[in-house]
Design a protein around this ligand. Structure first.
Ligand code: F6R
Length: 242
């Protein structure tokens, strides 16, 4: 695992954007796996700037997001569909039909999950997966547990995740308690993975993630067994790495 320790959030975001940009330049038909949350916002901003500067072309890029809150519709501002559109897609020349996010309003969730895995498989799989990390070590919404899901699934979010995510919602009661998340197969079959982490609240999870042990209670620790992971962290998130 290659680890880049950057001075601060801005530098982390820039480095991550450069890594994504290289992928887009090397293969303009790449399949990108995308994450939401607070951490990648700076990276998306940098990519949008590079696009406006004429440096990047997303017209043939395809994307699959890691997850979506269960129960939120596409129209909901707080949905990850809304997030992606607002923070990235509407600013670049990606084609709507080339972007995919699980449907949080699916009536038949099992069918939705199976169909999502199938679409990823048919596309040829993820070339570059972007990941954040939960303060509890989750990736996607693969939460700490005795057993981890291989396939896309409906997940009950942990209390820790619900409380971490509450910062994005005006009312605590509105914070979704379930999500549809890809499983570890999609993540681990990605050809390359970039993980971003920023801030002290991620330091314990990052330390555990590079510990030399795989622990299902730190789902991110499985990334140690992937052959092409780049970890881009700021100094605070890296502060507990030995
Ligand atoms: C989001 C996702 C999550 C987040 C993680 C960190 O699509 O899959 O794993 O990456 O919860 O979230 P932030 O960046 O808000 O700290």
């Amino acid at each position: 695992m290659r680890i880049y320790i950057e001075e601060n959030y801005e530098a982390m975001s820039k480095k991550a954007a450069l890594l994504v940009a290289s992928q887009v330049i090397i293969n303009p038909k790449s399949i990108l796996g995308l994450a939401t949350g607070g951490t990648p916002l700076g990276m998306y901003n940098c990519l949008v700037e590079m696009f406006h500067d004429g440096e990047l072309d997303f017209s043939e890029i395809k994307t699959f997001n890691l997850d979506e809150y269960y129960g939120l519709s596409k129209e909901d501002d707080q949905s990850y569909y809304g997030y992606m559109n607002e923070n990235f897609f509407k600013h670049i020349n990606i084609l709507k039909e080339n972007t995919d996010i699980p449907n949080g309003k699916a009536e038949d969730v099992l069918k939705e999950c199976e169909a999502y895995d199938e679409k990823i498989k048919v596309s040829g799989g993820i070339d570059l997966q972007i990941l954040g990390i939960g303060s509890n070590g989750h990736i996607g919404f693969n939460e700490p547990a005795d057993k981890l899901n291989v396939k896309t699934h409906l997940v009950n979010l942990s209390q820790k995740t619900i409380s971490d995510n509450s910062r994005f919602f005006a009312n605590k009661e509105d914070v979704p308690k379930q999500a549809i998340s890809v499983g570890l197969e999609t993540i681990m079959k990605s050809k390359k993975i970039i993980m971003l982490a920023s801030g002290k609240s991620k330091a314990e999870a990052i330390k555990a993630m590079v510990s030399g042990y795989v622990d299902t209670h730190i789902p991110a620790s499985i990334l140690q067994t992937h052959s092409d992971v780049v970890l881009v962290v700021d100094k605070e998130a890296a502060s507990l790495i030995d």
